[in-house]
Design a binder for this molecule. Structure first.
Ligand SMILES: Cc1cc2nc3c(=O)[nH]c(=O)nc-3n(C[C@H](O)[C@H](O)[C@H](O)COP(=O)(O)O)c2cc1C
Length: 306
């Protein structure tokens, strides 16, 4: 994997660079064609896919916060079959890894989405969004419970024809326990973090500012929390980590890499700067060339105080 200073390997896949737009902030990739050449990206994550199309929550679904945003989109998507029929054929023209983000409200839902993707050409890996309630069994979020997270991981791994990345929730009582559990269950890699649950209140109406009441906080506000979690998780598992949370510049991305991430995902920044991924790639490349190093050599190179 040392053919190019930015190239990294995750779950047997070679990524030309470690920069990957994050699920839910990059549509199905095609929406960004006016702004950037998808072939420049290491890969990108699709919007979360479910067995059936979902309309999501009623508006308002987004609230701005001082350094990020609170969203309660409610996992709106076109459904996995429409993705395979309408989006994937167009994506095959680009030399990048399409990572299908998969979610469900039961283990059967996850398996149905994966079954629909398994035979489709042009998907590199699956990313499981386990920050969803297990509606069929008590409503606990898969990602908040190590045993439940392990069960869905194991079931998907058994069915999947592609590498499985499990996306960890920062709302779990112990994210390191969940990371250990999904590694033992066969996950090929983890990505972290998803959004933090937050609440915004309208002081004039005394009502929630989001129709759904609570929402997921993302953006620069969460970055130090996310870097700390990547560092802690990196201490307890050996499968690769993909760092996510508030990245806006190449230096932010490098913090995650130094903390132990092999690659990074960019989310909220895509809304304000749709070309952000290119800036981050160019910045990382300049840094590596200047210092005669590679991204792979920088993974986990953080030196904590003795
Ligand atoms: C509007 C919005 C929609 C999102 N939808 C999804 C989703 O469908 N699946 C998922 O796994 N994560 C989803 N996320 C979480 C992001 O992929 C990412 O983990 C999170 O926003 C933190 O990264 P950031 O601070 O760079 O935005 C969404 C985030 C936002 C802001």
């Amino acid at each position: 994997m040392s053919d190019h200073p930015l190239a990294v390997g995750i779950a047997g896949l070679r990524f030309k660079n470690p920069v990957i737009p994050a699920s839910g902030t990059f549509g199905y990739g095609l929406e960004f064609l006016p702004f950037l050449d998808l072939s420049r990206l290491g890969g990108f994550c699709t919007k979360g896919l479910s067995p059936q199309p979902l309309q999501g929550n009623p508006p308002p679904r987004i609230v701005e916060t001082p350094a990020g945003m609170l969203n309660a989109i409610g996992l709106q998507n076109i459904g996995v079959r429409a993705f395979v029929a309408e989006k994937l054929p167009l994506l095959r023209a680009y030399d990048t890894h399409v990572i299908a983000n998969v979610f469900g409200f039961s283990i059967e839902d996850f398996l149905e989405v994966v079954a629909a993707l398994n035979d489709a050409e042009g998907v590199a890996a699956y990313e499981l969004n386990i920050s969803c309630p297990n509606v069929k069994e008590g409503g606990t979020q898969f990602g908040n419970d190590p045993a439940l997270a392990a069960r869905v991981t194991e079931a998907v791994k058994r069915a999947a024809t592609r590498p499985v990345i499990v996306k960890l929730s920062p709302n779990a009582p112990s994210i390191t326990d969940v990371a250990r559990a999904v590694e033992s269950a066969g996950a090929d890699a983890v990505s972290l973090v998803n959004t933090f649950v937050g609440l915004a209140i309208d002081v004039y109406t005394h009502r929630p500012r989001l129709a759904y009441t609570t929402g997921g906080l993302s953006g620069p506000a969460i970055r130090p929390l996310a870097v700390r979690m990547v560092y802690e998780v990196s201490q307890v598992i050996s499968i690769p980590r993909i760092g996510i949370g508030g990245i806006t510049t190449w230096m932010d991305a490098l913090e995650f890499i130094l903390a132990g991430a092999t690659a990074v995902q960019l989310g909220t920044i895509n809304y304000t700067d749709p070309c952000a991924a290119l800036r981050v790639i160019e910045g990382l490349e300049a840094y590596c060339r200047e210092r005669h190093t590679t991204v792979a050599a920088l993974v986990g190179a953080f030196k904590p105080q003795a």
